[in-house]
Design a protein around this ligand. Structure first.
Ligand code: HEM
Length: 216
């Protein structure tokens, strides 16, 4: 009883601001490291290859936050703690923010803002093409992740549109897998987590279908 009262109070007062702080923290951390390197080029705040460090940090942050977005429904269903769904949209928006920053960092640091070079890279390297496809699919979801768009589209259309999160997560994980020669470590862990999250949804859908005729 005391436990559920605590969860209710936490959900009402603390969950949103704490989530926001946690989502901003990686940005604050990398911005701080970046300014250290800018003010002292000999600083080892970002290791020996700051550009690679930035790509890895922002790419990993984007994909992990995306996977956390997909984990919200299973957590809600397993724990029965409904208010956790209230933070899903802001977590999804943060995944888009870090993915966009990751692409902008690439365009800036590797391609010197030359869009033609980015395009060339996309045509030559499949993993860049997959990353770009994932990012493009994130745009309509980010734009519609607010109350007024839910009202305008209607819940059904909004849900249908946000179904795009599944193919885009597959594209993002494929982007991550294709850039390595041997699949192990983080890319493999990301792929396994996504596979589990998608299997859980398929299982829930199948169980729903089996139960429906029984209850009809
Ligand atoms: C136009 C879009 C994108 C571009 C140009 C891009 C480019 C890159 C590049 C150049 C790297 C470093 C590869 C290397 O180590 O050689 C990278 C890594 C990565 N990217 Fe992307 N990416 C894009 C979109 C995305 C998106 C949408 C996500 C996830 C939501 C993502 C997640 C990752 C991850 C997880 C890594 C691996 C980081 C690591 O090795 O620690 N990328 N990306």
């Amino acid at each position: 009883m005391a436990h559920s009262a605590f969860l209710r109070a936490f959900g009402k007062h603390w969950m949103k601001p704490l989530t926001l702080a946690a989502l901003i923290a990686p940005f604050a951390f990398i911005a701080w490291q970046f300014f250290q390197v800018l003010s002292d080029p000999l600083s080892d705040a970002m290791g020996t290859d700051p550009v690679a460090y930035i790509h890895h940090f922002l790419g990993d942050t984007a994909i992990r936050i995306l996977l956390i977005t997909l984990a919200i429904s299973p957590i809600r269903d397993i724990t029965g703690w409904a208010p956790i769904a209230l933070i899903r949209r802001r977590i999804g928006l943060a995944a888009f923010f870090y993915a966009a920053l990751h692409m902008i960092a690439y365009l800036w640091l590797d391609k010197d803002w030359n869009l033609a070079l980015l395009w060339e890279d996309m045509v030559l390297r499949t993993y860049i093409m997959l990353g770009m496809a994932a990012l493009v699919l994130m745009i309509p979801l980010a734009v519609t992740s607010n109350n007024s768009m839910i009202r305008r589209l209607g819940r059904k259309t909004w849900d249908r549109l946000h179904w795009l999160v599944y193919p885009l997560a597959i594209l993002a994980v494929a982007h991550n897998l294709l850039m390595v020669k041997i699949i192990y470590g983080d890319p493999l862990i990301h792929a396994i987590i996504l596979a589990l999250l998608l299997s859980w949804r398929v299982a829930r859908w199948v169980i729903g279908k089996v139960k429906a005729p029984a209850t009809a």
